[in-house]
Design a protein around this ligand. Sequence first.
Ligand SMILES: [Zn+2]
Length: 433
Amino acid sequence: MKVVRAYRYALDPTLAQEGALASHCGAARFAFNWGLALVKAALDQREAEKTYGIGRELLTEAPWSLPALRRAWNTAKGAVAPWWADNSKEAYSSGLDGLARALKNWAASRRGERKGKPVGFPRFKAKHRTILSCRFTTGVIRLETDRRHVTLPRLGTIRTAESTRKLARHLERGTGRILSATIRHQGGRWFVAFTCAIDRADRAPARPDAVVGVDLGVTALAVLSTGETIDNPKHHRAALRKLRRLNRELARRQGPRTPSGGRREASARWRTTKAALGKAHARVAGRRRDGLHQLTSRLAAAYGTVVVEDLHVAGMLANRRLARAVADAGMAEVRRQLAYKTTWRGGRLVVADRWFASSKTCSACGAVKAKLALSERTYACIACGLVLDRDVNAARNLAALAARYEHDVAQSCGETENARGAGVRPTRVGCRQ
Ligand SMILES: [Zn+2]
């Protein structure tokens, strides 16, 4: 199966390379802001011309598309950025590409042709608010044969913090092709993500007819309908504890906001703690992502049908409890990963309706409780006397749901359209109550 997916590696750059990486990302930001100013000026000019009664076809054109923005940049770069030759041309192109997409999304959203939240007009990228990133689509992009270095346009050969074996094997066998490379600074480290076209040959699930329900837990990572509990990755609790401590420390130091809400210069110690907090967050997120990937790979490899719950993630994230919020964010991630991993193996993902009472329903007799507090860790049925772990009960209900709706559920198959699995539509089942 042909899929597009990303391979992400932490980099281990030298000091000079770190400078070059930052320079390229800064160049992308510069080009974005320059282009945005140009578009804004052109739009203002149009508005002014309209008031003079100039005909529509004679109005000033705003450089809206990537080719138009690039042309404008190439004529202006000598004057506005005499240092442009310091960076790969891809850096400026990357910034302008981001702008062209933002403008397109805004225009589509305004015309009502775009799903989801309304998209605002692009804003200037402030130096301290922007995540440093830059994408390369042409030029020398390759992995070195030692599997510990990558080569990027202009930046040269950079050491990776981990082996590039998995992607390297695909490239060597000819089953993979690199489409683009994105560098990004996150949690105090540099990363490169290769977007690749991969020809996958996955084996079908070990038990194609088996169904498993997955309930993402708060204390454990997940509970399966088989009764199995999958624990959080090692050190997860310690990492969370550290996160809480750093948050308290940050609160004691002088940040950029005064108690009355005004602005002030943040103290050096505040910035130090802020950086440490960012790093700790990245570590927690990394561990969690790793745990979730292992879980979803295992599920997709073993079971023909996987059933998960559809949580209202945006609403749940408003919850103030850290552990709960982390678990909910994980749920969305699990769904995303299962959607594409089950497709790769020819399996199926079933998403239970948001209103399906998986926790409150008895998995033995189907009786539904009116109330079940989060603190009740054991499900005790008054109707049939079943006593079962709360999460196992929920997971069993999810698994049973898939079986119940078997007859009207179509096989969810099809090509994965991108690495995020956005092209995969999981089967939705459930009843509202
Ligand atoms: Zn019961």
